[in-house]
Design a protein around this ligand. Structure first.
Ligand SMILES: Nc1ncnc2c1ncn2[C@@H]1O[C@H](COP(=O)(O)OP(=O)(O)OP(=O)(O)O)[C@@H](O)[C@H]1O
Length: 679
C-alpha cells in the first residue's frame, strides 16, 4: 500500500521510539506521509485510535489524513481516530467535559459576529487621534493579535495600528490611544460574557488555562490523549503553543513542519518555533527529511533559487528523486481575460488530447477575488471547478438567516442571533428588533419563550416567530428535522429576499444544510462545530467550501485555491497566477523585510505544489508601469523574479493574446459615392 513505502529516514520517523519528535523537512519530502504512517504505526502497535489526536490547520487536511490512515489499515482498525483543527479540537473537549471547562450553552461566534458584537459595544463612540481613527474591525484585530501572540495591549496597538513602528512619536500616540482602546476591549469582553459567546480564541484559552492551572484536569485528559500528531508545526502561534505546553506532560508530541512554508505570521505564527523546538521541549529529537518525491528537478531548481535569494537562511536545497522533466513556463499576459483564456484552453487541450483529467490541474492565487474572471471563463467553457479558500458555506447570508433561528433557541441570550432572526422579517428593522431583544433578554423560562415571543412581538409576525421558536425547541434532539421545519417556514421570505439568484444558487444549499444537520446530535453542536468545520466533506466532496458547481456528482474538477488553502495539496499541472511586480512581493509589504519574506514563502508554497508542469503567469502591464515610473523602483528591485536566471524557465508571450490593431485617434469621414462608375 502507498503509505507503506517509506525511505529509511521516513521509516525512522514513523517508528520513533522516544518521547517527542520534530520532523523538519522541505516541501514534498513526505511529511504528510510520515504523519499518516505514524498514526497507522501507533494503532498497529496497539495504541487505541481514540487516544491519538491529529491536529491540522484545515478540516480538509485533517479529513484527508484520517482517511488515508483508515485505508492503510484493515478491519476498521482506525474507526475512532480523530483529526481536527485546534479550534475544533478544543471545542470538542469543552463539549465533552462541560463541567471541567465550565462552559455550556454557549454560542461560538465567527469573525463576522465578532465584528457585530464589537459594533454594538462601540455604538457611536469613535477613537480618533491625529487623523488616526480606530474602527471596530481594527479593535478586533488588536484584540486577536494580542491574544494570539500573547503580547500586551501597547505592542498589539503598535503592530496593528502603527505597522510596528517604534519611534518616540509613535510611543506617545500609543500612550494616548491605549486607555480608550482598553475601555472598549473590556466592554467587549463583558458583552461576550453576557451573550455567552465564545470567539475562536476563547476556545483555545479556556482549555489552555484550565490545563495549565489544574492538575485534576491534566489527569482527566491524560486518559484521553496519549499522542498528539501536529501538522504544519511552523505555523503554530504563541497561543497554540500556550495550549500545547501543558500536554507535554501527559502526551507524546509528533510534530512535522517546514520553516520555509510558514505563511501565517499575520495570525501571529512564528516559524522560529521549529528552531526552538529542542530548547522548549525536553526529551525531544529532531529529524530532517530532504528528498523530494513530488516534483521534477526543474521545478525544484526554481523553488530552490527563490528561497536561496532570501536574506534568511533556510538551509534548504530540495533534490528530486524523480529526476528531470520540463522547465517551468512563464506566461506573459496583457490582461486577466487573456490569462483566463490561456489557462482554460490549456486545460481543455490536456483533457481532450493529453489524457489528463480536470483534477490534475491546480490553480493558485493570492486571493480568491483575483480568480473571478477565470471562474467566469470556466463557466462559459464548461470546465468544472471547485474553489478552496474564500467565503465558506456557513458564512453565506441565506444560511446565516436560517441558522440564526437555531442560534436563539440554543442560547436565548444570543443578541446577534436575535438581531439577525428578527430583522429577517419584513417590517422589523433594527430599532424595533432592539426593543424586542431587551424584553426577550428578561425571559426566564425557556418553556414559555415561544408564548412570550408572541406577546412581545404581537400580530402575525409574533405568531410566526413564536411558532418557529417552538418547532425548533421541540426538535432540539433531532437537528435535521429542526432544520427542515425551520426552512419550510422561512422558505418563502428567503426566496423573496434573495430573488436575484435564489433558484440558480442558493436554494440548493438547504438540502446540504439538512444533510450536515444529520451529523450532529444537538443544535449546539451543529452551531459550534458547523461554524468551525464548514469545510467538512460530504460524500468525499468538499461541497461546503463554496463550490460553484452544485452537482456533487461531478468528481472530476479543476481546483482553484488560494495559496493559503493549498498547503499539502499537489497536482500534475499547476498554474500560479499573477506573479507580477507589486504582487510578489505585495506593494503593501515593501516597507517590511519580514512581510517581504512571508510573501516569498507564499510563492515558495505555490511553486512546490507542482509535480510535472508549472505555469507562472505575469501581467505585462505591471512590468511596464513599474519600469516606467521612478517612484516604483523599489517594487521593481524587490520583485522576486527580477533577477531570475533565464535558463530556469521558458518565457511565452500568450499565444491567445487578442492583438488590438493600431488605429488613428479621430475617425475619418467615409465617402459612399465611390466604386460605381456612372460614366
Ligand atoms: N518514500 C516515498 N516513496 C514514494 N513517494 C513518496 C515517498 N514519500 C513521499 N512520497 C510522495 O511524495 C509526495 C509528497 O509527499 P507529502 O505530501 O507527504 O510531502 P509533504 O512533505 O507533506 O509536502 P508539503 O509540505 O510540500 O505539502 C506525495 O505524492 C507522496 O505520495
Amino acid at each position: 500500500m502507498e503509505n507503506h513505502i517509506l525511505n529509511e529516514k521516513q521509516k525512522k520517523a514513523v517508528e520513533f521510539k522516544g518521547k517527542h519528535l520534530l520532523v523538519l523537512a522541505g516541501a514534498g519530502t513526505g511529511k504528510t506521509r510520515c504523519i499518516v504512517g505514524r498514526a497507522a504505526y501507533l494503532i498497529d502497535q496497539g495504541t487505541p485510535p481514540e487516544k491519538i489526536q491529529i491536529l491540522t490547520f484545515t478540516k480538509r487536511s485533517a479529513n484527508e489524513i484520517v482517511e488515508r490512515v483508515k485505508s492503510s489499515l484493515s478491519d476498521n482498525q482506525a474507526q475512532s481516530l480523530n483529526g481536527s483543527t485546534f479550534h475544533s479540537w478544543c471545542n470538542q473537549l469543552i463539549v465533552r467535559y462541560p463541567n471541567l471547562f465550565g462552559a455550556s450553552n454557549y454560542t461560538v461566534i465567527d469573525p463576522d459576529d465578532q465584528l457585530s458584537v464589537m459594533m454594538m459595544v462601540c455604538g457611536d463612540q469613535v477613537i480618533e487621534y491625529k487623523g488616526i481613527r480606530i474602527k471596530p474591525q481594527q479593535l478586533i484585530d488588536i484584540y486577536s493579535y494580542g491574544r494570539n501572540t500573547r503580547q500586551n495591549l501597547s505592542n498589539s496597538i503598535r503592530e496593528k495600528v502603527f505597522k510596528g513602528k517604534k519611534d518616540e512619536e509613535t510611543n506617545d500616540e500609543i500612550d494616548i490611544i491605549r486607555p480608550k482602546v482598553e475601555v472598549l476591549l473590556k466592554a467587549y469582553q463583558i458583552k461576550k460574557g453576557d451573550g455567552r459567546y465564545l470567539d475562536y480564541d476563547d476556545l483555545l484559552l479556556i482549555v489552555a488555562n484550565r490545563l495549565r492551572n489544574d492538575e485534576e484536569a491534566r489527569t482527566i485528559l491524560s486518559h484521553q490523549v496519549k499522542h498528539l500528531l501536529i501538522d504544519e508545526f511552523q505555523d503554530t502561534n504563541p497561543l497554540q503553543w500556550y495550549l500545547l505546553e501543558p500536554f507535554l506532560q501527559i502526551a507524546n508530541f509528533y510534530c512535522v513542519g517546514d520553516d520555509a512554508q510558514s505563511i501565517y505570521s499575520f495570525r501571529g505564527a512564528d516559524f522560529k518555533n521549529v528552531h526552538l523546538f529542542k530548547e522548549r521541549v525536553p526529551e525531544s529529537e529532531v529529524l530532517i527529511l530532504d528528498k523530494n518525491y513530488r516534483s521534477t528537478q526543474e521545478i525544484l531548481d526554481l523553488s530552490n533559487w527563490l528561497i536561496e535569494e532570501s536574506s534568511l537562511d533556510y538551509n534548504k536545497k530540495l533534490i528530486s528523486t524523480r529526476g528531470e522533466g520540463i522547465k517551468p513556463k512563464l506566461i506573459n499576459v496583457a490582461s486577466q481575460w487573456e490569462e483566463a483564456n490561456f489557462i482554460a484552453e490549456n486545460i481543455l487541450e490536456n483533457f481532450t488530447e493529453n489524457n489528463k483529467n480536470f483534477i490534475d490541474h491546480l490553480i493558485l492565487s493570492k486571493s480568491t477575488y483575483y480568480t473571478k474572471p477565470l471562474q467566469a471563463v470556466f463557466i462559459q467553457k464548461k470546465i468544472p471547478y471547485v474553489t478552496y479558500g474564500g467565503r465558506k458555506f456557513m458564512e453565506a447570508a441565506h444560511i446565516k438567516d436560517v441558522i440564526s433561528a437555531l442560534r436563539v433557541v440554543n442560547n436565548v441570550y444570543d443578541e446577534i442571533g436575535w438581531m439577525r432572526f428578527l430583522t429577517f422579517w419584513d417590517g422589523i428593522g433594527e430599532i424595533k428588533a432592539g426593543k424586542y431583544i431587551s424584553k426577550i433578554l428578561e425571559f426566564k423560562d425557556p418553556l414559555e419563550c415561544a408564548q412570550n415571543l408572541e406577546d412581545v412581538i404581537g400580530g402575525a409576525d409574533g405568531e410566526k416567530i413564536g411558532e418557529i421558536y417552538n418547532t425548533i425547541f421541540i426538535n432540539s434532539g433531532n437537528v435535521k428535522k429542526a432544520i427542515q421545519e425551520t426552512y419550510s417556514k422561512m422558505e418563502l421570505p428567503l426566496a423573496f429576499k434573495y430573488r436575484k439568484d435564489w433558484e440558480e444558487k442558493r436554494k440548493s444549499d438547504f438540502p446540504v444544510l439538512e444533510m450536515l444537520g444529520d451529523n450532529y446530535s444537538t443544535i449546539g453542536q451543529l452551531i459550534s462545530e458547523g461554524i468551525l468545520e464548514n469545510a467538512k466533506q460530504l460524500n468525499g466532496e468538499p461541497v461546503l467550501e463554496g463550490s460553484q458547481l452544485n452537482d456533487s456528482e461531478i468528481k472530476d474538477h479543476v481546483i482553484i485555491s488560494t495559496v493559503h488553502s493549498a498547503k499539502g495539496l499537489e497536482s500534475d499541472v499547476c498554474y500560479v497566477l499573477n506573479v507580477s511586480p507589486k504582487v510578489y512581493p505585495s506593494a503593501w509589504n515593501l516597507h517590511s523585510e519580514e512581510s517581504i519574506e512571508e510573501d516569498r514563502r507564499v510563492l515558495y508554497v505555490a511553486l512546490t505544489r507542482a509535480k510535472n508542469e508549472l505555469y507562472i503567469t505575469r501581467d505585462t502591464n505591471s512590468i511596464n508601469t513599474v519600469n516606467n515610473s521612478d517612484n516604483s523602483s523599489d517594487a521593481s528591485s524587490k520583485y522576486f523574479l527580477e533577477k531570475l536566471p533565464e535558463n530556469f524557465i521558458d518565457q511565452i508571450i500568450n499565444p491567445f493574446s487578442i492583438i488590438k490593431p493600431r488605429d488613428i485617434l479621430t475617425p475619418n469621414k467615409i465617402d459612399l459615392s465611390t466604386g460605381m462608375d456612372f460614366s
